[in-house]
Design a protein around this ligand. Structure first.
Ligand SMILES: Cc1cc2nc3c(=O)[nH]c(=O)nc-3n(C[C@H](O)[C@H](O)[C@H](O)COP(=O)(O)OP(=O)(O)OC[C@H]3O[C@@H](n4cnc5c(N)ncnc54)[C@H](O)[C@@H]3O)c2cc1C
Length: 469
């Protein structure tokens, strides 16, 4: 079959989320010829579905505490460049809140809410203005190394196959959460069945293509970011991802079907979400009191999000639930829903032996009696929940300029990975998705442009960032 495209570029970027668009627009503004390929029919990825909180750890000590096994070098860079990246977003003219939001993800992060969708449009417009090209609906089958340190990118579209040449390739495909096969291979605890809280295109193409070129892996591939969502949940569509997310679960207790708890719930919903994935059956009841429902349960998780009664919303979405004036009555009702009521009574009286259904949990901090004090006054509620996956935290190994590293640690020249494709910045603990996507996109975009243009030209372009080309 004839090729529909045999063009040649300085930089080819795979993936049109924040990391890919940022890399592509920075490379194009530096003077490189850039082609951005997006697999789905529209740009944006999970970035466009996100809450737009540009955040991370306030300092390195907080990062180390929250992500003890994380990539400290990248974190130090992100924290140091955070204000500069934020300023670049402000200068683009999109809305950024004047005041920071403190306590993102519980008591931990610091960030600013911004209009992420408009910013993605700004980056796209910049890419076009600087001579870049965007093609959507393109799947990449393989990447081959050719002579002269170049790459051959073989793609497939509805119109037919293409072979595109590039001096540099940036992998920005957003992780492997949307692939049941890769989840089953790399995340034995999670497996193929878990609710997807992400764009549907992030099927691990970056990981697959990098691996075929000898890439090494970084971070714990079994870990992932996401939030607890109701079970069952009808209509779990992208515009409802956030209202179905039970951000407040650290103010309740989580009980498995055997009536026992399996983790210290105070550590935060994004941690509990991973712990529950390791409980047989992957469901539990979240117990909380009326005060929690009417405060944390309706509060905005992020600035500009809006208040919503998450319990009521979950019930309307078909979740199994119970409400009772007393804890004794709640236990009886949960017994009718299949929870071991005798054990639940002992659990509420202070038995903290972890659930026998949670045999696989290796990381979870054990339950504490302290958390039980959060069930203060009736009425009490119970909501059945399940884990949901937003993006994978383990992935491709990279070095300081986001060059992909081979299995022996060597640099794979000209191949870069960014955003949720890289492994180890988040690692069970979570310190942000958009800010690292932006930073890694900037670094890789510049490095990829430098390959063909040379360092002085790219440095000059960096100084006039944001101007039209
Ligand atoms: C509901 C929700 C709320 C969130 N809220 C926040 C928040 O407030 N703050 C925060 O920091 N993080 C948040 N996140 C996480 C954040 O969105 C991600 O960490 C970030 O968007 C990752 O950016 P990315 O560019 O790496 O991936 P994405 O934005 O997901 O982009 C990846 C793109 O690559 C495409 N792709 C896949 N394979 C290929 C291929 N072979 N060729 C071409 N294209 C391909 C995909 O279709 C997709 O468009 C949220 C996520 C969700 C889903």
């Amino acid at each position: 079959m004839a090729l529909v495209d045999d063009s040649s570029w300085d930089v080819v970027v795979l993936g049109g989320g924040l990391a890919g668009l940022r890399a592509a627009s920075v490379a194009a503004a530096a003077g490189a010829s850039v082609l951005l390929l997006e697999k789905l029919d529209r740009l944006g990825g999970s970035s466009a579905l996100s809450a737009g909180m540009f955040w991370t750890a306030p300092d390195l000590a907080a990062y180390r505490q929250r992500v003890p096994h994380g990539d400290v070098e990248l974190a130090a860079r992100l924290i140091a460049q955070y204000e500069g990246d934020l300023a670049a977003i402000r200068e683009s003219g999109v809305h950024v809140d004047a005041e920071p939001t403190l306590g993102v993800m519980g008591d931990f992060g610091r960030g600013y809410s911004f209009d992420v969708r408009s910013y993605l449009d700004v980056l796209t417009a910049r890419l076009y203005a600087c001579g870049g090209t965007v093609r959507t609906g393109v799947s990449t089958l393989e990447i081959e190394r050719t002579g002269g340190h170049r790459f051959l990118v073989r793609t497939e579209t509805a119109a037919g196959p293409a072979e595109i040449r590039a001096s540099a390739v940036v992998l920005a495909t957003g992780g492997f959460q949307a692939s049941p096969e890769l989840r089953a291979a790399h995340m034995p605890a999670v497996g193929a069945d878990i609710a997807l809280r992400s764009n549907r295109g992030s099927e691990g193409d970056g990981l697959r293509l990098a691996s075929s070129l000898g890439a090494g892996l970084a971070g714990d591939l079994g870990t992932f970011y996401g939030h607890l969502v109701p079970h069952p949940v009808a209509g779990f569509t992208p515009e409802k991802y956030m209202v179905f997310s039970q951000y407040y679960s650290s103010h309740g207790i989580l009980v498995a079907a055997d009536g026992r708890r399996f983790a210290d719930e105070s550590r935060g919903d994004e941690i509990l979400n991973q712990d529950l994935a390791e409980v047989d059956g992957m469901t539990a009841f979240l117990l909380f009191d009326e005060e929690v429902r009417s405060t944390y349960g309706v509060a905005e998780p992020f600035a500009n999000f809006g208040r919503v009664d998450r319990f009521e919303f979950a019930v309307a979405g078909g979740a199994r639930h119970a409400t009772a004036d007393t804890l004794d009555e709640l236990v009886r009702r949960l017994g009718a829903l299949g929870v071991d009521a005798d054990q639940l009574t002992r659990t509420l009286a202070g038995d903290v032996e972890p659930s026998h259904l949670a045999r696989r949990v290796s990381r979870a901090a054990p339950p504490t009696t302290r958390q039980l004090a959060k069930l203060r006054r009736g009425p009490f509620h119970a909501l059945e929940v399940q884990p949901a996956i937003t993006f994978t935290l383990g992935g491709i190994a990279v070095d300081a300029d986001l060059s992909v590293r081979g299995q022996a640690g060597e640099r794979i020249d000209g191949l870069y990975a960014v955003g949720a494709d890289i492994g180890g910045f988040n690692n069970y603990g979570y310190a942000g998705g958009l800010a690292p996507a932006h930073l890694t996109g900037s670094i890789a975009g510049r490095a990829a442009a430098r390959r063909t243009l040379g360092a002085p030209a790219v440095a000059l372009a960096g100084a006039r960032e944001g101007e039209a080309c």
